[in-house]
Ligand binder design. Structure first.
Ligand code: GLN
Length: 547
């Protein structure tokens, strides 16, 4: 295929209807038909990246291999495609404006008047063509954040329109819209979608497909109505009813033959391939009945407008992938760390029943002693434990205090004056915090880690050097490494250049592992992450031995 095809995905009527999942699913379908596909996300806000946004407000911050802090949609693209997505595949209004303004300041526009149109859309187009060149993808799916009709994403629609004008055969538009079924009326309504198409039309864009999200499947009369009023063929209106499991979406779209219809419109012959592996995974996900119970100990009060599942999406998905791998149904328990500080009895009550415990990433003081208590419980009661970033750091604190006799040991993030700073600020981070230089300044993205043989970690990965993604400012204090090791803490992996401790574990425990990195970012439904896989495996066998 000579030139790449671009498929722009835009949202109509309201947000939160699964535009990201739709984008990722179309990419998966095209990949399963033997093509290379990649996804790009454009977010309309002015933040340059998602790193400075509160996860409670915005949902989880996802980190790419090359260290970009971005929206959780990128995580979905990676999970659905089973491939890494890089920083260049993500842009925000802020990052686009910043490039244009920086270029203007550097006299790169040669004295011209720099204007919002065409210079902003031109920057967007040039970024998209860089993605095309770099990835050599046959299909580039571009998800435009927000909803059509709002002021914020107009310039991105303008970029898409300009591309279409130049090369109409290689550009396609998909509108993901919502059809409400008001309770009192009891009937699916198409009018809001009609308006969404009108406003897309007024931006000079005609959708080729409408993915019709609703509580129920779309019937023929409604397809015909949308066809007439929205100027789209009835067969190009794809029914997308609510689903229990996001990974069902590609299979559902294929029921309406969306993949073949896209290829036909682009006049590309299909290659024989399908969703066999994907469907097998999905069957295990949908039909496994035996449970594995995992508790996530965090701080959850005041989760604002976002739900827990948004703030911890990669952790949840990683648990699911690993559980499904063993044909288990994961049951996740949200456990409030602060409650353990006020009422220590709760720890035993809540944690005894679980098959495994996770302390996920986090920042700051709130709930920290409760998390440490939960870790102590997991260590003493031989409950499988997986610590992710903060969860690793606090496992070191717990070990130092209660096994190594370092009374009052802490991370300097919580107590800068501790006598035993087992976790301390990274040297290069000190200055950044002092000067409040907070944007994209953590230790971010993938770093190498060399594993020690005969450790749980090495057994899980089966290779010596791994690359995992990071997002932190504090680290294991190497000055105290020898003492801790002499008391039995195992350092199972370090960074080969800096010697930074990346994984710790405990002997004489079925599974107690903490990683300074975030393994959850690299778990995919078709290839669960090794650490999550071994953690769930231990949780299951612990369950068996209980009987
Ligand atoms: N707050 C810790 C640090 O900055 C852990 C960060 C995290 O869990 N992502 O090092």
């Amino acid at each position: 295929m000579p030139s790449p095809r671009y498929i722009f995905i835009v949202g109509g009527v309201m947000s939160g209807i699964g535009k990201g999942i739709a984008t990722a699913s179309v990419a998966r379908i095209l990949k399963s038909k033997g093509f290379n596909a990649t996804c790009v996300k454009i977010d309309p806000y002015l933040n340059v990246d998602a790193g400075t946004m509160n996860p409670i407000e915005h949902g989880e911050v996802f980190v790419t291999e090359d260290g970009m802090e971005c929206d959780q949609d990128i995580g979905n693209y990676e999970r659905f495609l089973g491939e890494n997505i890089y920083a260049m595949n993500y842009m925000t209004s802020g990052s686009v404006y910043l490039s244009v303004i920086e270029r203007e300041r550097a006299l790169k526009y040669e004295g011209k008047c720099v204007e919002i149109v065409p210079h902003i859309p031109e920057e967007v187009i040039s970024r998209l063509s860089k993605v095309a060149k770099k990835t050599k993808a046959d299909f580039i799916l571009v998800e435009i954040g927000g909803t059509v009709g709002e002021y914020q994403n107009l310039l991105f629609l303008e970029a898409a329109r300009m591309m279409h004008l130049k090369d109409p055969k290689n550009i396609m538009f998909v509108l993901v819209s919502y059809l409400p079924i008001p309770k009192k009326i009891g009937e699916m309504k198409t009018k809001p979608t009609q308006y969404a198409v009108r406003s897309l039309n007024s931006a000079g864009i005609q959708p080729d497909f409408i993915i019709a999200r609703s509580e129920a499947p779309l019937d023929e009369p409604r397809k015909r109505k949308l066809s007439i009023f929205c100027n789209v063929h009835a067969e190009d209106v794809i029914s997308a009813p609510d689903i229990d499991n996001i990974y069902q979406a590609p299979v559902n779209f294929e029921k309406d033959k969306l993949g073949d219809k896209i290829l036909k419109k682009f006049e590309i012959r299909r290659r024989e391939k399908d969703l066999v592996e994907w469907s097998k995974m999905l069957r295990r996900a949908l039909f496994s009945r035996r449970e594995v119970k995992i508790g996530i100990v965090g701080k959850y009060f005041g989760t604002g407008k976002f739900t827990l599942s948004d703030s911890y999406i990669s952790v949840i998905e990683a648990i699911k992938h690993a559980a499904w791998h063993f044909s288990r149904k994961p049951r996740i328990f949200w456990l409030e760390a602060e409650a353990y500080e006020k009422n220590p009895r709760k720890i035993k009550e809540e944690l005894s029943e679980l098959d495994g415990i996770i302390v996920p990433g986090g920042f700051g003081n709130r709930g920290i002693e409760g998390k440490i208590k939960a870790i102590e419980f997991a260590r003493k009661n031989k409950k499988p434990y997986l610590g992710l970033c903060y969860g690793m750091q606090l496992a070191v604190v717990e070990f130092a205090r209660h096994v190594a006799g370092m009374n009052g040991a802490h991370t300097t993030e919580a107590n800068p004056k501790t006598k035993y700073p087992v976790i301390d600020i990274m040297a290069e981070q000190k200055e950044k915090i002092f000067t409040k230089n907070m944007g994209a300044t953590m230790r971010l993205g993938a770093y190498a880690c060399r594993l020690k043989e005969k450790t749980l970690a090495f057994k899980a990965y089966g290779i010596k050097t791994i690359h995992e993604r990071h997002r932190h400012r504090y680290e294991f204090n190497s000055a105290l490494q020898n003492v801790l090791e002499s008391k039995g803490l195992m350092i199972s992996g370090v960074n080969p250049e800096s010697g930074l401790v990346e994984i710790i574990e405990l002997k004489d425990h079925p599974f107690f592992v903490g990683s300074q990195f975030h393994p959850e970012f690299k778990s995919r439904p078709l290839s669960p992450h090794p650490l999550f896989r071994e953690f769930i495996k231990a949780a299951i066998s612990k369950k068996k031995s209980k009987r």
